[in-house]
Design a protein around this ligand. Structure first.
Ligand SMILES: [Zn+2]
Length: 175
């Protein structure tokens, strides 16, 4: 970051704020040479930690993946899209403010779990029961998709055979 007045590259950050949309960090800087103060706008994705997957591969933090996980967990629950997006924002913000260069993917999963716990108990149980055995968001989203399909199918079958006793019940989520 060059000083707009003297072009010196050395400056210190005096204030950092996440923009309203959550995708820009506004930084107030002060030039160490001439003391001129200036503002920079930096893309959040440049500052988000890399996510270290179970197999050791790194990938960039993917907000869409977090959103997909949240949406799956909240499917058919009385939770607004806005609330889901705010939850994803909060998770992203925490990661950003944590200032780590790398985080394990399990930390992202845990963060989703904690957020869902506050948001909706059924969504939380859905996520937690599936996620705990996977520890990986990609696998989780796939698995949850299958699980929900299966439940819908079971539900239809159960309605058709309403008169017959059910052989097996899916574990019920406590609320
Ligand atoms: Zn300067």
């Amino acid at each position: 970051m060059k000083c707009p007045a003297c072009r010196d590259l050395n400056n210190r950050v005096i204030d950092s704020r996440l923009g309203k949309d959550g995708d820009v960090i506004r930084r107030r800087r002060e030039c160490e040479k001439c003391s001129r103060r200036f503002t920079t706008y930096e893309r959040v994705e440049d500052y988000l930690p890399s996510v270290v997957k179970k197999d050791g591969r790194r990938e960039g933090f993917d907000r869409m993946k977090v959103l997909a996980g949240l949406k799956k967990a909240c499917e058919k629950r009385p939770i607004s899209v806005e609330a889901i997006e705010q939850t994803a924002d909060a998770i992203e913000r925490n990661l950003l403010e944590g200032g780590e260069k790398e985080v394990p993917s399990s930390a992202v999963g845990e963060a989703i779990m904690v957020a869902l716990h506050d948001l909706d108990s059924v969504a939380y149980v859905r996520f937690a029961s599936v996620y705990r055995s996977f520890q990986d968001i990609d696998e989780f989203v796939d698995e949850l998709e299958d699980l929900l399909k299966e439940r819908r199918a079971t539900g239809r079958k159960a309605r058709r055979k309403a008169a017959q006793p059910r052989k097996k019940r899916a574990p019920r989520a406590e609320s």
